[in-house]
Write a protein that binds this ligand. Sequence first.
Ligand code: UD1
Length: 421
Amino acid sequence: MDRIIVEGGQRLVGEVEVSGAKNAALPMLAGVLLAEGRHRLRNVPDLADVRTLCKLFEIMGARTQRGEGALADAITIDVDASLTPEAPYDLVRTMRASVLVLGPLVARLGRARVSLPGGCAIGARPIDQHLKGLERLGAEITLEHGYVEARAKKLVGAKFTFDVVSVTGTENLMMAACLAEGRTILENAACEPEVEALAHMLNAMGARIRGAGTPALTIDGVRSLRPVEHPIIPDRIEAGTFLVAAALTQGDVLVKGALPEHMEALIQKLRATGARVTAEQDGVRCQGADVILPTDIKTLAHPGFPTDMQAQLMVLLSVAKGSSMVTETVFENRFMHVLELSRMGADIRIDGKVALVKGVPNLSGAPVMATDLRASACLVLAGLRARGQTEIRRVYHLDRGYERMEEKLSGLGARIERVRD
Ligand code: UD1
């Protein structure tokens, strides 16, 4: 298992390019299953999660190939008329987002069988909204032997209101509704930029979706969709992680390709901590302040503060001059990084959904263990700031969502290396 070793205390300065968004690439890959033919997605990040989904495609009989040279960021997907619409446990348990194939498969092929994902490090994470919504569109859902099976000769458009805002739930139902008969209205839908990006791609395939990016989506079903060539939007969470790295090290970093309109809540909070954040023509720049100020954050669905940035911002607050309150409302158990941060000298107390972060002058390097994707990014950030050496274990979590993170950070002056065991 690889480890990452960081020697803290370097100021990060320079430019770094943002990769394509993991959370856009996964639903867009799933979306191509709605149409037979050859598709090509561009700006696809080379991440463990993307490779997992491609592996699932191979098992189902859809061929995927990453390009070479100038096309290294592209993936070509050949989708046949018939597929084996089944996602086995071994893949789903490593990546919950595999459930995204459920909607497209049942819509086009009339049947899909996907292993139930089970719990994960950041809480129970049920998929009841995906299933209720598909049932509303006329699918018959059965749960047996740890698998969910959805069947429908033809889905039929309907109105569905989500009980809780769910990103992949919205994506799954939006995809399914594209091939349903008649009109579907989804209310209390997720407004994340990745949902909007998926809708753009589906519309380019011939779908008729309106309202993406708002809580109310209207989808008029069509008989079939056509293959597509489409780019993936920049990863706002990766970009945000680099902005925090700049703030944390009193650095000056331009994240090239980052879209400020996707990151408003984060930018506001970075400014509240004293950092200077500016939208430039080709990206977003963050210049760290000498004194980091405390601020409270509360995670919410978009456009609120993203839960996927909570752990990273907490590192910044852990060295602020004063106390901050961090409230996590999206996931249960998403404070797993706190124990490791405490081992690095942070002063954080948890009470249910709230973490009280009392700023300390600095952190001290230590061996730490990553527990999930964003927690591992937070530990890398903590290592960049800490005095001495930090060794982060279980970095396979990091590789699920960050492309070449250590290379990108060393390009900014960080002393960081990966040790392969
Ligand atoms: C997506 C993102 C993930 C991000 C999360 C919240 C992808 C691939 N992953 O995950 O990085 O952290 O959004 O922004 O895009 N819930 C239910 N029932 C459901 C579905 C969800 O109760 O059927 C609950 C979840 O337990 C959670 C909340 O709703 O508490 C939000 O989850 P959801 O938006 O579905 O997260 P994901 O789509 O899995």
